[in-house]
Design a protein around this ligand. Structure first.
Ligand code: PLP
Length: 478
């Protein structure tokens, strides 16, 4: 359908304004009604696929028809991550300012691979990542004014990959003998992204040592030392340690103050993955988790998990940016430019795997400016309070028990029964559509995980969730 006013197929600016308003109204309606949808999609495999035509339309369609299909076909196929009754995995929360920042980023349509391709895209990112480092109380070395700096990655997995590649490059550059191969260390509870990063970067995966954890599911530094010593004896070169602040299964906090000196002694790269729990450090009373970070070569946390910034936004910091750039920089003729050659600018394409990059700092900037540090602290504290409120119900219950004391906003617990019963209870609860939770295994036992980090979750939702669980348990018993 040719557009009458500009003799092209493009959406005119007037049409854009009208349609964009409709789209915003649609999003507002979605949030107003979100609690009426089953949190876990009831869609069966193939339902959405078969509701969509097999061929792309020959002629352009009306905007209202496309929006109607979002409502009728897409929404039923969604699991509602933004529902206040979503307690699964780790959250992927968002907020009004973040959505608007994302919209403006799409509107500006900038590709910020080089400083020269949009100076504001690079410099806003540098400034906002410095703000965030200060907000979390990270060491000064991670700031752009020093030897390090921060960059936005799409995910904590990409951050881990960049860290591994930088670490491996340093091993090569220092001429360390590697004939018996390299070894990396992460706790038994570390996220699978560490293994994936090593696999992608060509490190023999049988040389990923899974370090045992203590009763709080935190890495045992003594076991780490022992494993490194054993590898050294075999002529294997220990090069990389991944510590986690807030493991995915159990929210274990690895003891970086003890791990750090081990990394330093053996000249190993220490990467600290604080994907979700790093955000807790916005509140001074939880900043203790950052102790020992001055030992870290790299660190990451995800505002796209627990800082009201929609996916994707991982903040990745390095102590020595030259190490990252040495590993990832390639400058073909077609990207050469004066600014790069002057050495006075950051070209973030050298800090990541892809070349192109979105203007992601806009949404984070909007979030931080909207909430202020005070607002972020308020909501993070509320989530932690709500998790502790929920843990209180579990502690007082005859039917459920805690699997571990929850440090922040993740409560791991069990129905006092068999693995099968726990599995069935979770299945029934999720099938009801009234709330959504996920599970893990801790100490070999099927364990329920209740993670409280959705933007709009309030006490009434947590209270309701507890009663849904109690009811599900009583059905099991009957
Ligand atoms: N690290 C930890 C501790 C996580 O919990 C997760 C995801 O939940 C990741 C890394 C991977 O995060 P991303 O989805 O940003 O790659």
């Amino acid at each position: 359908m040719k557009r009458p006013d500009n003799d092209s197929f493009h959406m005119s600016l007037d049409e854009f304004a009208e349609n964009a308003r409709k789209a915003v109204d649609e999003i507002v309606a979605y949030y107003k009604n979100i609690e009426s949808y089953p949190v876990l999609s009831k869609s069966e495999p193939g339902d959405v696929f078969s509701s969509l035509p097999g061929n792309a339309p020959e002629k352009g369609e009306q905007f209202d028809d496309i929006i109607r299909d979002v409502r009728d076909i897409i929404l039923p196929g969604l699991t509602h991550w933004q529902s206040p009754m979503f307690f699964g995995y780790f959250p992927s929360n968002t907020s009004g300012p973040s959505i608007i920042g994302e919209l403006i980023s799409a509107g500006l349509g900038v590709q910020g691979m080089l400083w020269a391709t949009s100076p504001a895209c690079t410099e806003l990112e540098t400034r906002v990542l410095d703000w965030t480092a200060k907000m979390l109380g990270l060491p000064d070395a991670f700031m752009s004014s020093g030897t390090g700096g921060g960059v936005i990655q799409d995910s904590a997995s990409s951050a881990a990959l960049c860290a591994v590649i930088a670490a491996r490059e340093q091993v090569k550059r220092t001429g360390t003998p590697q004939e018996n191969g390299l070894a990396a260390y992460a706790s038994e509870e570390a996220h699978s992204s560490v293994e994936k990063a090593l696999r992608i970067s060509g490190v023999d995966i049988s040389r990923l040592r899974r370090v045992p954890v203590d009763e709080t599911f935190a890495m045992r530094a003594d076991a780490l030392e022992a494993m490194i010593a054993e590898d050294l004896q075999k002529g294997i070169h220990p090069f990389f340690i991944a510590a986690t602040l807030g493991t995915t299964s159990s929210n274990g906090i690895d003891p970086v103050p003890e791990i750090g000196p081990v990394a330093e002694k053996h000249h190993m790269w220490l990467h600290v993955d604080a994907a979700m729990s790093g955000t807790a450090a916005v509140c001074p009373e939880y900043r203790y988790i950052n102790k020992g970070l001055h030992f870290a070569d790299s660190y990451c946390f995800n505002p796209h998990k627990w800082m009201f910034t929609n996916f994707d936004c991982d903040c990745f910091y390095v102590k020595e940016r030259k190490h990252l750039i040495q590993a990832l920089s390639i400058l073909p003729e077609y990207l050469r430019n004066e600014a790069t050659e002057s050495g006075r600018v950051f070209d973030y394409r050298d800090w990541q795997i892809p070349l192109g990059r979105r203007f992601r700092s806009l949404k984070l900037w909007f979030v931080i400016r909207h909430y202020g540090i005070e607002g972020l602290q308020y909501h993070i504290r509320k989530h932690i309070e709500l998790a502790q409120y929920f843990a209180g119900f579990v502690r007082a219950s005859d039917t459920f028990e805690l699997a571990v004391e929850p440090p922040f906003n993740l409560v791991c617990f069990r129905y006092k029964g068999t693995d099968k019963e726990n599995e069935l209870l979770l299945k029934n609860v999720n099938k009801s559509g009234s709330m959504f939770m996920t599970h893990t295994r801790m100490d070999g036992k099927y364990t329920l995980r209740m993670c409280i980090g959705q933007t709009n979750t309030r006490q009434e939702h947590v209270y309701r969730a507890w009663h849904i669980l109690e009811h599900a348990a009583s059905v099991l018993q009957s």
